[in-house]
Design a protein around this ligand. Sequence first.
Ligand SMILES: C[S@@+](CC[C@H](N)C(=O)[O-])C[C@H]1O[C@@H](n2cnc3c(N)ncnc32)[C@H](O)[C@@H]1O
Length: 207
Amino acid sequence: MPRASFDKTALLYNFVEKHIWEDYSSACTLINEYLSLEPQETIIDVGGGTGLIAKVLRSKAQNSDIVVVDLSRNMLQKLNDSTISAIQGDVTVFPLRDGTFSLAILINTVHHIPKEKQQASLREVFRILKKQVRILKKQGRIFIIEIYFPNTFFSNLFVKIETLLVGKTAHLTANAMKQEVHKAGFHAINVFFPKKYPYRYVTIGLK
Ligand SMILES: C[S@@+](CC[C@H](N)C(=O)[O-])C[C@H]1O[C@@H](n2cnc3c(N)ncnc32)[C@H](O)[C@@H]1O
């Protein structure tokens, strides 16, 4: 996925996410429902774009360090919040230290990474999470929200439009995601299928 794709859509991204697609509202609902936050997390929002979700996390985890990493400079420029750090970078080759974060979130990011690089991305996320096996609550966690469409006329049309706007996507089924997350080294992987959003699923794993 070329960086330029999201650079082009950055200007309208927040408006579209908040008022046209249900990506933002569904992510807020699913975070409320499935993500528990410790008082002091070190959170990395991978492919965090304009920081829409990082700002939601900030309102819930005021003492946490939050870093947004994204390929697109234009997306990051919209972040505009001095309490959240922004790094321009590629998840497949992070310039980040081992064991830095307690929680990694990837909201609608994985399907924008080419299929052949998705495993490398998950391994990188695994590497930068903390491992504190003796205290279960503080083990590094990965939290993923993804979308997988059925093979219908309208969903194929949607995927075509998305491809035109931001480049080719590579959606994984929930089962394939579970396998990829496991291959990357995570365990205790749970997948949830929220009733309210039939095309979306949540994957949570522990380091
Ligand atoms: C659909 S947007 C989601 C943004 C954000 N997570 C949200 O929910 O608002 C996908 C984001 O992933 C970023 N992205 C795609 N491939 C990436 C990569 N290899 N490394 C880092 N970011 C990437 C894009 O630049 C884009 O901002």
